[in-house]
Design a protein around this ligand. Structure first.
Ligand code: ADP
Ligand code: MG
Length: 376
């Protein structure tokens, strides 16, 4: 029997991290009647305006963490780079953190992540642990080119990785070796997809309809979910094993490649995911509501897409065109802006969801939006 705590409807949910994911989690929690308290190092964190209480403090600030533990009935997080020591401190203070630390620890180290995914039964690209130039040369010889060298921790949006397409790239790639790395075989994938998976503290599991993702400059550009998108049976067992083996509850996203019709796992994120934002308008339950339901002990909703849905990311450089062409974006563009402090180049400031029963018409709208936000 699973032991869990069912939260009263007037409880307070603590969220570590006050970016857009924390904001959308807080809005979902608030809609369901919970109070929210958010911890973030920046006093301009965009989630600040939607929470009941805000604590400004670093993620390892003991006093701030203790305050959070004292005031929140349950704590969750919106990002994966929280120090293990902070979670330990919160637990020592008696905090209830159903998402736990296992998924964080796994996602903070690509080597540990690969081994965990492999253990659960996912297929992976061939990889090697690489710490020195010698390791790198040996791994390249064994695996053949092309490959990608990635830092084991700290990478995001394509940062902390170098492609090695020919031996001439080795010198450039070696510069990454100041920190521990892994070398991965570069796959010729047909598509990139992601599975937003949610396991409730009661033990129920739901996988949101799978979105197809397209990146530009290493940053997610669009996620597309077809009305007919099936929950992919091929990975269901591995997803179940993964949650079970590592005692994970709450929300966790698995990024995958489709190679020759098969799914190959890339990495995990133990939190709501950018590729799941389509569900705010295109599904019967958003990833944020489902995440809150999972940790508070409510029943999960069996998720489904209501129609074909596309989510297009808005970056800092798109803001001026969004303003300029706002009328042309039409009634079909559901605009979500996060209220970030400044519109920084290549930083996510919002997204647009488009929902349409007809795939061709959806694609036309996507092309129009893409054109408009890039200066018409
Ligand atoms: P992060 O999202 O943390 O920056 P990822 O491992 O997801 O790191 O890599 C970013 C992008 O680089 C992926 O979405 C994919 O487009 C590409 N990529 C990563 N690993 C591989 C691989 N082994 N083969 C081919 N492309 C890859
Ligand atoms: Mg990724």
């Amino acid at each position: 029997m699973t032991l869990y705590k069912k939260l009263g409807l007037d409880s307070t949910i603590g969220i570590i991290g006050g970016g857009q994911l924390g904001k959308m989690l807080a809005v979902a929690a608030n809609t369901m009647g919970y109070k929210t308290i958010i911890l973030d190092p920046s006093d301009k964190a965009c989630a600040r305006v939607v929470c009941d209480e805000f604590i400004c403090g670093a993620f390892d600030d003991e006093a701030a963490l203790k305050k959070l533990a004292e005031k929140a009935d349950l704590i969750t997080y919106e990002f994966e780079n929280i120090p293990a020591s902070s979670i330990k401190l919160l637990e020592d203070e008696g905090a209830y953190i159903p998402q736990g630390f296992h998924a964080l620890a796994i996602s903070q180290d690509r080597l540990r992540e690969k081994k965990a995914l492999e253990k659960a039964g996912f297929k992976l690209a061939d990889y090697r642990k690489v710490d020195t130039r010698q390791d790198l040369e040996k791994a390249v010889e064994e695996m053949g080119l092309p490959c990608i060298l990635k830092t084991r921790s700290g990478g995001y949006d394509g940062k902390g990785q170098v492609s090695i397409d020919s031996l001439e790239d080795l010198d450039q790639a070696s510069k990454l070796l100041e920190v521990a790395c892994i070398l991965e075989k570069k796959l010729k994938f047909d598509k990139e997809v992601s599975a937003v998976c949610v396991k409730s503290v009661k033990g129920d599991l739901d996988i949101l309809p799978i979105g197809i993702n397209e990146h530009r400059n290493g940053i997610l550009h669009i996620s597309l979910v077809s009305h007919e998108s099936k929950k992919i049976e091929e990975i269901e067992k591995a997803v179940e094993n993964f949650f079970e083996e590592f005692q994970i509850t709450g929300i966790l996203t698995i990024e995958l490649f489709i190679v020759d019709g098969h799914l190959v796992a890339n990495e995990i994120a133990p939190r709501p995911h950018n590729s799941g934002h389509w569900s705010l308008d295109g599904a019967n339950v958003s990833q944020f509501e489902q995440a809150i339901r999972a940790i508070t002990g409510l029943e999960l909703i069996k998720s489904k897409a209501l129609a074909n849905t596309a989510m297009i990311n808005l970056l800092g450089q798109h803001y001026e065109y969004l303003e300029k062409y706002i009328d042309d974006l039409g009634s079909f563009s559901k605009i979500h802006l996060y209220g970030k402090d400044g519109n920084i180049y290549n930083r996510k400031i919002g997204h647009i969801n488009i929902v349409d029963d007809d795939m061709e018409s959806l694609e036309e709208k996507v092309n129009l939006v893409d054109k408009l936000i890039n200066n018409g």
